[in-house]
Write a protein that binds this ligand. Sequence first.
Ligand SMILES: [Zn+2]
Ligand SMILES: [Zn+2]
Length: 500
Amino acid sequence: MGTPTEGPGRDLDTAASSGVPGVPGDTLRRGRPKRASLVARRLEREIIEEGWPIGRVIGTEPELLDRFEVGRGVLREAVRLLEDHQVARMRRGRGGGLVVLEPDVRTVAEAASIYLESLGVSADDVFEARLVLDLFAVALAADRIDEAHAARLRELLEEERRADEHQIVGGSHRQVHAAIAEAGGNPAIAVFAQALSLLADDQDRRYGRLTGPASRQAAAGAHRAHEAIVEAIISGDALLASRRMRKHLTALHQELIHRQDGPRAEPVEATAASGQTGRTLARRIRADVMALGWPVGQNLGSETALLERYGASRSALREAVRILEHHAAVEMRRGPGGGLVVRAPDGEAVTRAAVLHLHYRTITTAALFEARDALEAATLRLATERLDDEGRALLAEALERTRDLRSPQFGPATHDFHVAIARLSGNQTLQLFVAILAEITAERVPGAPPSDRQTASARSARQQVDHAHRRIAEAVFEGDSSLALRRMRLHLRALECSIA
Ligand SMILES: [Zn+2]
Ligand SMILES: [Zn+2]
């Protein structure tokens, strides 16, 4: 094909719109991004284009002031954004300047899990999404694992066995799942799986952990399940590994639901009040906001009141607030009547953090579409099963937007079609992940020529996309998920070929 068929081909300077409430586009609706964020995005793009050279100094403050022709205040705000995204940091003193950082997957996972928590996703939703991600990750791992990763997995299991004796569950449990996801070799699947395991862990904490013999039994059961899964992966038996993972996740979920319905146990504090760090305090505040039903706009109290309530040091509280502010979960308002106010974290920030991270990990087009295929097969199946009148109208509307092949909006609208299907799945977690991957795809499609200079082949490429979407939607309307899946897979393959 060689002609742009899908996606707006926007560059990093323009805000994205998914056309779905809560997910990207918020910035667009709020007007032009501030100058500081434009500077930050230009620097981000430069770092991506340079292959993310960790440790390199991109420029001193005077140099950057000169280059961007902005005031010191704007530059410092831009640097703060880069620091928040863990892209770069300003190093003071001799040999100082803006230094490229190594991004941490946990930051992205944390941002995604806070955002999803604020939407109030249920344990069922998280379980449904985990089945999709973890089962796919396990199959990939069985297919691709090398001996170094195999050794690492066995090492982790040994650590877990020793930790179990002391009944420490959360951290080591998450590490095993993260290592399995990494062994699959698909960075998108690995990042999403880690976000979900963080979210599941928080939900687990909220319903109160098991104690005594029940806890020991649960930890030993999980450990045995991990061992069985890992051995199946190492032997290369994808089917067996997937079956064992499904059984393990189902058992965890049922146990959680059982606790949720039973008498409410005291939620477990992350650590004792004394000696708590900013990070653990951030978790406690977050759990409290969750327990309140994430009441946007509510004032949680002044700094003094919070210091007293949490029995924390001022520095720990300030760090906790900074962490939560970074994820736009809260805002500390100064002055009379001020205090820590609950905010609605926006999907745009999460998507940007995830997109940046996947750039850093240089996700290939093949890996991008491998992940899209797995996720969109799941959302398409759920969307077909759960279709109602509202869903029909939404899908029809999404198709209507690509009726005019000459419209400059054609590109963004084709991207919306996939997010609309994900939305119809009713699973907000999967919807977020699909939106992130659609965003990366859109960045990789070259810009469309103005409609008056469109060649016949560009028009025919657009026609093919529009046709594919209509055929997929037809199958969804008829409730034929197998046929819909087949058409979606062919469509994604054609799209991948047009980019590769
Ligand atoms: Zn597990
Ligand atoms: Zn499409």
